[in-house]
Write a protein that binds this ligand. Sequence first.
Ligand code: NDP
Length: 249
Amino acid sequence: MANSGQKVVLITGCSSGIGLRIAVTLAKDEKKRYHVIATMRDLKKKDKLVEAAGDAYGKTLMLLPLDVCSDDSVKQCINNVKDRHIDIFINNAGVGLLGPVESISIEEMKRVFETNFFGAVRMIKEVMPDMKKRRSGHIVVMSSVMGLQGVVFNDVYTASKFAIEGFCESMAVQLMKFNIRLSMIEPGPVHTEFETKMMEDVAKMEYPGADADTIRYFKDVYLPSSRDIFEAMGQTPDDIAKCLKKVIE
Ligand code: NDP
């Protein structure tokens, strides 16, 4: 249970990467300012987080299941934390999608929007009413530099992040009247499973519908240069967690 004076922070997508490191960083805050509710869609994946949290697990960090694509799961999760009041909500869960748009089915594109856009909106709709009632709160959305600038072969992912940026920019104005802050974080490349998962998907890709020049450009030019950029510029999930901590302090 959160101590009075501790801020309750709910975070989505804590099974790996940035979400995991944010949860651990806040739960291990030297002044114990945060009570972290770390969520993930499959609690069988909790071991990495529990191990990284160490002594904080069960004290300043607790776990709940949450799939941001499911109305029922979202409602259940919010009901579970209702009496504690969420002071800070961090929307981190996200999926990537890479490749020539001709080869990507509409179903795959919808999955990206369902997570990156509707997942965030579903959560914001649920956490907002209580924050409005209390005239206090902070919502932080993990966008991407691709929410600001289109990047070749990331068309659908970029579109999903542009969509959530637009939604948040509009919402921020209404929320300000209720003393609720809404912040966006827009990282460049970060070394997480995100890239690995996308590369695994790409390795299975058969490029239906794409012309030979596009396939060649994607495989021989885009993928190698993208790897180089990741190597040269990639940040760590800890860098992003530290940045987030500054944003909420
Ligand atoms: P990871 O793949 O390591 O983490 C993504 C997290 O989102 C996982 O915990 C995953 O859970 C979770 N997730 C996916 N779908 C759902 C869902 N339906 N419900 C709940 N959780 C879900 O990637 P990152 O840590 O890198 O990504 C975190 C955020 O950062 C994303 O929003 C991403 O767009 C953004 N970002 C990442 C960058 C990068 O280069 N890595 C750069 C800029 C932004 P599960 O394990 O169950 O799949």
